[in-house]
Each structure stands twice: as C-alpha cells, then as structure tokens.
Design a protein around this ligand. Structure first.
Ligand SMILES: [Zn+2]
Length: 198
C-alpha cells in the first residue's frame, strides 16, 4: 500500500502544486495521500492525552460557523480551548441548511446560546464563477448539483447575508447573540461586520 512519506517530500509536493485560473493548489502528478502520516502524528498527539474528562456540551455555550480555509485555526484564532465551542465549517462559512441543522442541534441538545460567524479575506469562494463551475460540473458528471455554489465577491456582505439567514430560520431558537466577523488572512485580525438592517 502507500508508503509513509517524508516531510521533505510533502514540502516538495506542496511547492510543486500548480495554480490554475480557477483555483489554487491543484495538485500535479507528485500528489500522494497523507493519511498514514496523519495516523502517526495522531499517536504522538494522544500520548498523555489531557482531554479525556471534557464534557460533550461546549462550556462557553458558543457555536462558531466558519469557512473551511486551511489557514484558519478557529480554536487558536479565537483563543478557545477544547470543549469550549462547537465549530461548524464549510466552504465559505455559508449558512446552508446543513449549518442550520448543526446549529439547531447545538442549541437544542447541547445548550449553545451564542453564534459567531467567521468568514475571511482571500476566500476561495471569491474566485469561483458559479455559472461556469456548475456548467463544467454538469458537463463532467452528467447532472447538475442540487446545491448552490454560494460564491460571493465581498466577505463582509456575505457575513451580513449569513446573519440574515440565521435570523430568518425558524429552527434557530436563540438569536439574541449572533455576531459576524471577517478574519484577515494577512494580519490575523478579526473585523466585526454590522448586521444589515432591513
Ligand atoms: Zn474561505
């Protein structure tokens, strides 16, 4: 099966990624899967495991909805510890039906009462044309996706849209404490977005 690769090899693989017009980091022929190395790292992580006594309900009663961007370590950038918050992530940090599902469960079963949205600058969803992407996808696989790409041009506007979706959802019971932020991937700072009043 696949051999465990050296760090050096992975650095080389990352450097050799090609950048296409539509995206970034599309791997070339040097790509190799990483799961075996992850397993090895996990064994090191679990030595003297300190989190065994954490409870399932987040102790800060907080749910964070964030983009999946690999540059954002949500716990680190918010100064959160393990067990303190739920973190729901997807491409863009968009409030989709499945995010509503997760936050609904988070609130009703596990006691969260505050929602924090984290989008960011230089998001992949700012670089994609939904029409083109959908057309190409359909041409490749033969069916149109039932989901929306949810692309946007301005992360601040998209945070406002996301807050509005939460406010409009009947499945979100606790709406008094919802705040949205844009994380700047260059300086690491969060910038608050005012909810749109209309
Ligand atoms: Zn993003």
């Amino acid at each position: 099966m696949c051999a465990v690769m050296s760090r050096h090899h992975y650095r080389r693989a990352a450097r050799s990624c090609v950048v296409t017009m539509k995206g970034v980091g599309v791997p070339d022929e040097t790509f190799r899967p990483y799961a075996d190395e992850l397993l090895e790292r996990n064994r090191a992580f679990a030595v003297g495991f300190p989190d065994a006594d954490l409870q399932v309900a987040p102790t800060k009663n907080l749910a964070v909805v964030a983009c999946m961007d690999s540059r954002m370590d949500i716990f680190a950038l918010l100064g959160l510890g393990h067990g303190e918050a739920h973190v729901v992530r997807n491409a863009g940090g968009v409030v989709t039906d499945d995010v509503i599902r997760s936050v609904c469960l988070s609130q009703r079963l596990l006691g969260t009462r505050e929602i924090v949205l984290v989008h960011h600058t230089d998001c992949g969803l700012q670089k994609v044309s939904p029409a083109e992407f959908t057309e190409e996808l359909e041409a490749d696989v033969g069916v149109k996706p039932v989901w929306s790409i949810e692309a946007f041009s301005d992360p601040y506007v998209d945070v406002q849209r996301s807050i509005k979706r939460l406010m409009l959802s009947p499945f979100i019971s606790y709406k008094e404490h919802i705040r949205g932020f844009v994380y700047d991937v260059v300086d690491g700072l969060l910038h608050e977005v005012e909810a749109h009043e209309d």
